[in-house]
Design a protein. Structure first.
Ligand SMILES: [Zn+2]
Length: 409
């Protein structure tokens, strides 16, 4: 280690933060953004920032900033998010925030005098965990959020996002001013768990992220005719669930042929009676690849398959797209910087593509952005058994500290 990163302190912080969770019979961490336990976690984090000598700023969308206000702007910013999926893990996002905090503690302990300001940020609602708007805080910050559309979004309690913002003492109109803050940021660094099996399988402690995948996601609906399960002969049925089932298998098989990742995580049949032939069946479809043309080609061919299946089954079909996000390349100079630190310390690493979205996606088009991955045990994430060893967490924080030091020399 170059800087006195304290692996036990970082692990302790991760454990404490994991304790701010709604109860769940499935275990793990459930910390939806805007929930009571979420704001309790933010309050705890603000105390840790203050304890580390950082000036705290909470912006209008509830991103939390801890600023080491020595040196000039633009600042070097490191961070991630602290909201979680239901019954998620203790490391996703939290490592990027607490690792950045630990890096700053280590830099202070080593007597580093930054020429540029060093800030930590905890972005609001990265997971879309309450209002269903992924990367909410980071996209609002860079001005990449449709504010009228976002204001009216409702959570499960029926509360709008504008009301949630007002309940925290901010006026919705303040969100329009957030993007002016982008000019104060010179670099953005994000440490994250890999959330996949590649580093562990290769026996590598570090991945340097080159790109974040593009993805297209939407809902596919097949529509047929509802009828009685007992009196309707099998011949001539227009069973929407059978169409959806065939379509999901087709999406998987075609994805294998095209080298695409395709997933259906949500599935419903309507009206939903066990003794009723479903008149409609809908499923989510999440598709990802490093490059856009293969993904577009895959979806075009898949829609041909949907057409054939619908004809076969006497159904109609529809694909309604909710995301179409281009791949995001990360800053080549920051990739080189991370690589050079690893080489200098004989830390084996590999460049890699991120299959998951991260706040760095929102920042990268505006600010040089770099990301580091550390291994996830058994490649598991978004689950209670998500785990990254204290040594790997500390190594990530140390590399963040080195980058922050170099960029603020
Ligand atoms: Zn995350």
């Amino acid at each position: 280690m170059e800087y006195p990163v304290d692996a036990a302190r970082l692990e302790g912080d991760l454990r404490t933060l994991a304790g701010f969770s709604a109860p769940s019979t499935l275990g793990g961490v459930t910390r939806r953004a805007w929930s009571e336990e979420f704001f309790a976690a933010q309050a705890w984090l603000i105390e840790r920032f203050e304890e580390a000598g950082l000036a705290v700023h909470v912006d209008a969308v509830n991103n939390i900033w801890g600023r080491w206000e020595e040196g000039s702007l633009p600042a070097v910013v490191a961070g991630s998010h602290i909201d979680s999926v239901p019954s998620g893990g203790a490391y996703d996002g939290c490592l990027g925030v607490l690792g950045a905090l630990e890096a700053i503690r280590a830099l202070r302990a080593a007597g580093h005098r930054p020429s540029r300001q060093l800030w930590v940020v905890a972005w609001m609602e990265e997971e879309g965990s309450n209002f269903g708007t992924a990367l909410l805080g980071s996209r609002a910050f860079v001005g990449d959020l449709d504010l009228d559309d976002a204001a009216a979004r409702r959570d499960l309690t029926g509360r709008t996002l504008a009301e949630a913002v007002a309940a925290r003492g901010h006026d919705w109109s303040e969100l329009a001013d957030l993007p002016s803050g982008v000019d104060d940021i010179g670099s953005y660094l994000e440490l994250h768990i890999e959330q996949g099996p590649i580093l562990e399988a290769a026996g590598l402690p570090v991945g340097v992220v080159t790109d974040i995948v593009c993805f297209r996601a939407g809902t596919v609906t097949f529509t047929g005719v509802s009828n009685h399960a007992g009196t309707t002969p099998m011949e001539g049925r227009r069973d929407a669930a059978v169409g959806a089932a065939r379509a999901i298998v087709a999406a998987r098989d075609l994805a294998v042929r095209h080298g695409i990742r395709a997933t259906t995580g949500r599935l419903s049949a309507t009206p939903g009676g066990s003794n009723v032939i479903p008149g409609a069946a809908a499923f989510s479809l999440d598709t990802r690849h490093r490059d856009k043309p293969p993904l577009d080609a895959y979806l075009a061919e898949l829609k041909d398959q949907f057409r054939i299946i619908a004809d076969d089954e006497g159904l109609t079909w529809d694909y309604s797209e909710s995301y179409d996000i281009d791949p995001v390349p990360l800053d080549p100079d920051l990739q080189k910087l991370f690589g050079s630190f690893c080489e200098a310390s004989s830390i084996p690493y590999q460049p890699m593509v991120s299959g998951a979205g991260h706040d760095a996606m929102a920042l990268a088009p505006r600010v040089p952005a770099g990301m580091l991955f550390v291994p996830s045990r058994a490649g598991v994430s978004h689950a209670p058994s998500e785990y990254t060893s204290p040594e790997h967490c500390a190594l990530g924080a140390d590399l963040l500290a080195r980058a922050m030091a170099r960029l603020s020399e």
